[in-house]
Design a protein around this ligand. Structure first.
Ligand code: SF4
Ligand code: SF4
Ligand code: FES
Length: 254
């Protein structure tokens, strides 16, 4: 069955823009990205949108639909009422390039700043061994598709450009947590680094990031809160404090 639906799509560039109204055909079983593609094909050939897999796996079609951060390709049209206007805008936290396409470099800059996995110096690649239980522990975090919806939603940076230099965001916190629990990672300062250099302390565990994650990663409960707890434990535990004094392990390595 096919119907005509009302869409409002933000059009513009880094200098400004506005919502543009469209009436467009929608067919049963379609997702919002299908409708955006139909708009491109029939009414707005220069409408810019980023997408790749149309299967919720590449993480490139992030946008805001009726104000909620979502993947365009995983948002089914039957989620909305028959007469409901569908408003599609670019993600708000990153600068607009054009229409629905934003510049997500912030996330790549933060990823580059994170120290990489530090493999055991006494083993050659191919000699690494892990228990299955350790593999499974961090498996949840490896499901991340880098859609950056969590980064876009986090109120620490959403309307606060000034916090971006000091805050790496929830996607980077799950990476830090993954490395922190990795039995072969030689660094022992992942939590301290998250606190000192990635802005873990800015997070007040509102869980908004978790709510929008299309991979249903429990970002706050399974990554952020345990890291916050452990970094506090270490800092205030007198035995650890004495050990660090003696062995001078309180320096953050780079
Ligand atoms: S839980 Fe922390 S990282 Fe997640 S949205 Fe809230 S403040 Fe941001
Ligand atoms: S943690 Fe979830 S919301 Fe954040 S970038 Fe990864 S998949 Fe997207
Ligand atoms: S197009 Fe790949 S996640 Fe939507």
């Amino acid at each position: 069955m096919s119907t005509q639906r009302h869409f409002r799509v933000w059009r513009g560039d880094d200098e400004g823009g506005e919502l543009t109204d469209f009436t467009v055909e929608v067919n049963e079983g379609e997702v919002v990205l299908d409708v955006i593609h139909r708009l491109q094909a029939t009414q707005a050939p220069d409408l810019a949108v980023r997408w790749n897999c149309k299967a919720g796996k590449c993480g490139s079609c992030s946008a805001e639909i009726n104000g909620r951060p979502r993947l365009l390709c995983m948002t089914r049209m039957n989620l909305f009422g028959d007469d409901e206007t569908i408003t599609v805008t670019p993600v708000r936290t990153f600068p607009v390039i054009r229409d629905l396409v934003t510049d997500v470099s912030y996330n790549y800059d933060k990823a580059r700043a994170m120290p990489a996995f530090a493999p055991p110096s006494d083993l050659e690649p191919g000699e690494y061994r892990m228990q299955q239980v350790d593999v499974e522990r961090s498996q949840e975090f490896r499901k991340c598709i880098e859609c950056f919806l969590c980064q876009n939603t986090c109120h620490v940076v959403r309307d606060h450009e000034e916090n971006k230099p000091d805050f790496s965001g929830p996607r980077m916190f799950i990476r830090a947590a993954e490395l922190d629990m990795h039995p072969l990672d030689e660094r022992d300062d992942r939590k301290e680094l998250a606190q000192a250099e990635q802005g873990l302390g800015y997070c007040n565990i509102t869980k908004c990031c978790t709510e929008v994650c299309p991979e249903h990663i429990k970002i706050t409960d399974n990554a952020i809160i345990p890291m916050k707890e452990r970094v506090v434990d270490r800092k205030y535990d007198p035995v650890t404090w004495l050990g660090r004094k003696i062995f001078r392990r309180d320096q953050v390595k780079h």
